[in-house]
Design a protein around this ligand. Sequence first.
Ligand SMILES: Cc1cc2nc3c(=O)[nH]c(=O)nc-3n(C[C@H](O)[C@H](O)[C@H](O)COP(=O)(O)OP(=O)(O)OC[C@H]3O[C@@H](n4cnc5c(N)ncnc54)[C@H](O)[C@@H]3O)c2cc1C
Length: 487
Amino acid sequence: MGARRGEEVLAKLRDHPHEIWHRGERVTDVTRHEGFKSGARSLAALYNLQWQFPEEMLFDSPDSGQKVGRSFLIPRNREELKSISRMMKRWADYSFGMMGRSPDYLNRAISAYAGGAQFLAQADPRFGENAKNYHRYMRENDFSLTHTLVNPQSNRAVGPAGQSDPFLAARIKEERDDGLIIRGARMLATLPIADEIMVFPSTLLKSGDEDAPYAFAFAIPCNTKGLKFLCRETVDYGRNHYDHPLASRFEEQDAVVIFDDVFVPWERVFMLRDVDRCNQAYAATGAVIHMSHQVVVKNIAKTEFLLGLASLMIDAIGIEKIQHVHEKVRDIWVVMEAMRAFLRAAEEDAALDSYGVMRPAWDPLDAARNFFPLLYPNLVSIIQQLGASGLVAVPTSADINGPLREEIKQYFKAARLEAHERIPLFRLAWDASISAFATRQVLYERFFFGDPVRMAGALFTAHSRDQYMERIRQFLKLNIENPVADD
Ligand SMILES: Cc1cc2nc3c(=O)[nH]c(=O)nc-3n(C[C@H](O)[C@H](O)[C@H](O)COP(=O)(O)OP(=O)(O)OC[C@H]3O[C@@H](n4cnc5c(N)ncnc54)[C@H](O)[C@@H]3O)c2cc1C
C-alpha cells in the first residue's frame, strides 16, 4: 500500500472501529463524533502532508520500492538521521507541536526496535524476526501506533504483583500454542484512534518470578476483540475554530486501556516473561533515544509557536517597552535556542550503534527530555502573565455576530489591532494557556515521557560525574597541602 493519504486513514477508522468509550457511550464512528472528529481530521491532514512534500516526507521502501513514510527509516548515516528530523519538524509545525503523538513518535520507536532486533533475538530468535517483520508491515501499510506502558494508578507502594487484584495490571493469563491471552489494564494510551497499539514494558519491574507475568512486549491492532479504550472527557467541545482554535483541531485524546482476555498471536510478541530484558529494552535498542529525537523536534515547534504568539500579543497591546516583558520574551527565546542546540548536538554527535543504526547522541537528548517538562509550565504561565485579563475578555463568534457586535468593535480594539483582529489572537492565547486543552497540554508535558522525579533518579544513576568530582578533589588536595597563601 505505501504511504497513505488522509482519506484512507479516515476510511479505515470508519470501517474498522475500535472499542472506544467516551462519557458512558461507545463511540461508533470517531470520524463523526463531536469530540473526536477534529482530531481524526488533523491526523488525516498529517498523512496528506506526506504527499504535499513527498521528497521530504517519504522514501523508497527497501523491500517494495514504493514510497513510504520517512519516520519509518532506520538511519545508517547522519544525513539520513537529519532527513528524519526535517520530516518530523514538518509534522510538528502542522499542530504547533500540540499533537505530541503525531505518528512519527512511535514510528521512531518501532524502527529502533527493528534496528536493534538482535537484542530481542538474544532471548528468542523469533522475537527479533517478529520485530523486523512488524516494522516492515507498519511501514508498508503506513499504520499509526499508540502505546501503553504504565500500570493502573492503584497502589504505587507496591509493584503490579503486589496489588489487591493480580489482574489489575495487564498480565499474561494464558500461554497457548497460537499466542497469549492478556487480562487487566494499562494506563495511558494517547491517540487511541491510532491503528495499532504497542504494549511494551512498564516502568521498572522487579527481577524474579513475581513480576514475570507482567513482563512482555507486543503490538496488536487497536480493533482487536476485547481491547477497550476508556477515554477521558474530550477537551474538544465541538466548537468552531474561531472559539477554540487549538482544541477544535488537535485533541489527541488519552485513554485507559482494558484487556478483556485479549488474544495476541505469537508473531506479534517481542519479549516475554523476561524482566531484565524488559527493563533494559528501551535503552538497549535505542528506542528511547530515537523517540527523544522526535520529542525535541516537537519541543522546538511548540516553543516557536509560543514565541510568535507572545510577540503578537505584546505588539497588539503595546507593552513592548516594559522591562519584565523583555525578560519573558528572553525566557521563551532561550528555551527555543536551548532545544535547537540539544537537537543539533544530538545529530552532530550521532554515531553508529552496535547494530549499525545511526543513533543520535543521548546526553543532549536526555538533558532536553529532563529539562522541557520543567520549562513548559513556565512558558504557558508567561502567556498568562502577558495576556492578563485579555485572556478572559475574549468574546465568542456568537457574541461577535450577536446584538453587541457594535460595542465589541468599539471596546475590544487593541493598540495596533482592530477588534476583529485582536479577538482571534487572544482566543488562541486562551486556548494555549488557560483552556482545558491548554491545561491538558501542561500535564502532558510534565508526565508523558515518565515521572520527572524518577527520570531525575535515572539520570542521576546513568551519567558518571567522576571526572568533575576528581577535579574538585585535586583542587581540595592542593589547598590541604598548601594551606598558606604564598603572597
Ligand atoms: C496527558 C498524558 C498522556 C500520557 N500518554 C501516555 C501514553 O500514550 N502512553 C503511556 O504509556 N503513558 C502515557 N502517559 C503516562 C505517563 O507515562 C505517566 O504519567 C508517567 O510515567 C508517571 O506515571 P503515573 O502517571 O502513573 O504517576 P504515578 O507513578 O502514579 O505517580 C504519582 C505521584 O507519585 C510520585 N511517585 C510514585 N511512585 C514513585 C516512586 N517510586 N518514586 C518517586 N515518586 C513516585 C510521582 O512523582 C507523582 O508525583 C501519559 C500521561 C499523561 C499525563
